[in-house]
Design a protein around this ligand. Structure first.
Ligand SMILES: [Zn+2]
Ligand SMILES: [Zn+2]
Length: 283
């Protein structure tokens, strides 16, 4: 199955997003430059090289490939992997991996399950940090925001000779300043409550947002199961400041072409930035 591949211009540089998504069947979002997966709902050979996997909640369309990921990394002699999971399910995820390792012969996978909570952070690398927030779904679910901590020379030192800057640094003076840029937010499965509980998630340059349903008859279904309906999206679309809105998680009630058309013709014209679709048919 071919995944979608988006190369999004951001202030960090071109950000590569590879993935595919369908409600109930699988959501898999990869950021190969950061070796990070946001949900692992469906096995794909592009997944094992990701050394960190974040799972938003326990529904199978978001965790269906975690054992595949751990097993493939073990078989491929890839080193230590980190699995970030909401604290509410981290123990069960750990048990799931142990069970699979037992079924495969008893050698444990080299995977560390790290429980994360709303408001908590995780340092992916020196300049990239993840922050987690609760979404509006019907089981405990977290979204994740990715911030770029950019270090640059303090403006008053720009143009100063290099040896002078080195001297200041040696003397213990702070020569850098840190800028924090909200690069990307993945809002996982969520109803419209997220717009009021975590408006900061929508300050990122790239926002990944679900849109599961769009027929009028599916409004109640969306509400009941904590998903977004197109009406919810179009209500807030003019307020979205993001440079890229990546829409995912369409229900199988809708054909793929229809999902892409909704993004292109209904959502795209309503936002300031560009709208993209990560919808695919897994089979
Ligand atoms: Zn889902
Ligand atoms: Zn779900």
């Amino acid at each position: 199955m071919a995944l979608r591949r988006l190369e999004l211009p951001t202030s960090w540089g071109p950000l590569l997003l590879v993935g595919g998504s369908r409600a109930g069947e699988g959501t898999l979002v990869l950021l190969p430059q950061l070796r990070l997966a946001l949900d692992a709902g469906r096995p794909h050979r592009a997944l094992p090289p990701m050394s960190t996997v974040f799972v938003s909640h326990g529904h199978l369309d978001h965790i269906g490939a975690v054992a595949y990921w751990a097993s493939q990394r073990f078989l491929g002699a890839m080193q230590h992997g980190v699995l970030l999971a909401p604290a509410a399910i981290a123990g069960d995820i750990q048990g799931l991996l142990e069970l699979h390792a037992t079924l495969e012969g008893g050698r444990p996978y080299d995977v560390e399950v790290v429980p994360v909570t709303g408001g908590g952070t995780y340092t992916l690398r020196k300049d990239i940090r993840l922050t987690f927030f609760a979404t509006d779904h019907w089981v405990p679910t977290l979204g994740a925001s990715l911030a770029w901590h950019k270090h640059r020379l303090r403006p008053e030192l720009v143009g100063m000779p290099e040896e002078e800057i080195v001297r200041l640094r040696m003397a213990g003076e702070e020569v850098d300043q840190e800028l924090v840029l909200q690069l990307l937010s993945y809002t996982a499965d969520t109803g419209p409550g997220i717009f009021t509980t975590h408006p900061e998630a929508f300050e990122a340059e790239v926002v990944l947002l679900e849109c599961s349903f769009w027929r009028p008859a599916d409004r109640d279904r969306a509400r009941e199961f904590g998903h977004l309906h197109l009406d919810d999206l179009t209500a807030i679309a003019p307020l979205l400041k993001c440079r890229h809105l990546v829409v995912l998680h369409p229900s199988r009630r809708h054909r793929l072409g229809e999902a892409d058309r909704v993004v292109r013709e209904r959502i795209g014209p309503m936002i300031r930035g560009e709208a993209h679709s990560l919808a695919i048919d897994w089979e």
